[in-house]
Design a protein around this ligand. Structure first.
Ligand code: GDP
Ligand code: MN
Length: 386
């Protein structure tokens, strides 16, 4: 689960990681009210969307007067913010974070993620933080430093020293930094995070370390342990079809291609996507209806996929095991009738009760193309949309 910067900063405050004063605003008036309470300029007005790169996209502004707060809040609220992480379609801004501006002496980069290769937790840091961190990683990777932590042992003093020296921190700031890094590590572990990132982590003119940005991603599988942050989920920021699919326990991910596919089992779904590509076409989604799917789930899957306007054809690939082919075929027929589908559908089906299933499909009077095997299915659907 992704959360907003203002929510990440709430978690930071609870874990004693210093952040600027401020809070979230849903209107220009609220933004002005917060700025007034902060009691001094500059004030930073920041778009809250689930994507980074806001600064470069015009979603972060420094206001030096109440008029500017009003002007920027007005500009940013409701804007379609396009950043390298939103894709070309951008994201409509519905909330702002209004916070105290800080006097930035130096911008550092700091993040913590799980490292799958070593099965450790890795702290990544750079003294060249700020908005060009991607370029730093590409062009001067030696400026990126890493410390690997055995999760069973947790963060040790030597890890903190390694990072602090790598960041060239002045000795006077070490103690502050060590405390902050330990708190950040604890937050990462306590909340089952898949990422915490602070960019920039700021050294201020008066030598304080403050998190000017906060990105916190939480592993959805651990969410049941964190009832306190369930309300942080923002459905506005998620793909509407993915939200719809999650209501029916469908494993659905929206992709860029034009061939929708419905498959039972994640491995088979991945293989199906591969073979669609091998046939020269592109999958429009990943959709695993699960091994034990019911006719209703198939129907929901169908309904969701055809709502996606880029879908020009559907490939259904089912291995009837727990989900018997006849049950599945009924689901398809039901769905096709209810939705009045008008794009080509190719079905490849094997397994328990396959003959009965095929009979149901062929007697349905629907325009369904059946395939003899997976390759045949992919070739057929690719040809149909070519
Ligand atoms: P991002 O572009 O989405 O990562 O948004 P950030 O929160 O990192 O803000 C972008 C940039 O705005 C930062 O890299 C800073 O340079 C600048 N910025 C953010 N807060 C302040 C602030 O309080 N004072 C000043 N002077 N600049 C800030
Ligand atoms: Mn940032």
């Amino acid at each position: 689960m992704k959360i907003h910067e203002y929510q990440g900063k709430e978690l930071f405050r609870k874990h004693n990681i210093p952040v600027p004063d401020g809070s979230v605003a849903f209107s220009v008036d609220e933004a002005k009210g917060i700025a007034k309470k902060l009691g001094g300029f500059p004030v930073v007005v920041k778009a809250q969307i689930h994507a980074g790169g806001r600064g470069k996209g015009g979603g972060v502004k420094l206001a030096n007067s109440m008029e500017e707060v009003k002007k920027y809040a007005d500009e940013i609220l409701g804007m379609n913010l396009i950043t390298h992480q939103t894709g070309p379609e951008g994201r409509i801004v519905k909330k702002l974070l209004v916070e105290q501006g800080i006097d930035i002496k130096k911008e550092l980069y700091l993040s913590i993620i799980p490292d799958r290769e070593t099965a450790k937790i890795v702290i990544i840091a750079s003294e060249a933080g700020g908005m060009d961190i991607e370029a730093v990683a590409d062009e001067t990777p030696e400026k990126i430093i890493k410390a690997y932590i055995n999760p069973m042992l947790g963060i040790q003093a030597y890890h903190s020293r390694e990072i602090a020296f790598g960041l060239n921190l002045p000795p006077a700031l070490m103690k502050q930094f060590f405390g902050m890094l330990k708190n950040l590590y604890n937050l990462f572990v306590d909340y089952d995070c898949s990422l915490v990132e602070i960019n920039p982590l700021v050294i201020t003119g008066d030598d304080k370390i403050i998190a000017a940005d906060a990105k916190v991603d939480i592993d959805g599988n651990g969410l049941f342990r964190h009832k306190d942050i369930i309300s942080y989920r923002d459905l506005d920021e998620e793909d509407p079809l993915e939200v719809e699919a999650s209501k029916f326990n469908l494993n659905y991910i929206n992709l860029d291609g034009n061939i929708g596919n419905i498959v039972n089992g994640a491995g088979l779904a991945m293989a199906t996507m591969d073979i669609i590509k091998a046939a020269g076409a592109e999958p429009a989604n990943f959709m695993d209806v699960g091994g034990g799917a019911t006719a209703e789930m198939v129907e929901n899957a169908f309904r969701i996929i055809i709502q996606d306007e880029k879908v020009k054809g559907i490939l259904i690939n089912i291995f009837g095991g727990i989900l018997r082919c006849d049950v599945f075929a009924k689901g398809v027929v039901q769905a096709a009738e209810k939705t009045g589908i008008n794009i080509p559908v190719v079905v490849r089906m094997e397994g328990t009760n396959v003959d009965e299933g095929r009979k149901i499909l062929s007697e349905s009077g629907l325009n369904l193309d059946t395939a003899v095997d997976l390759k045949d299915a992919a070739d057929k659907v690719a040809k149909l949309v070519a």
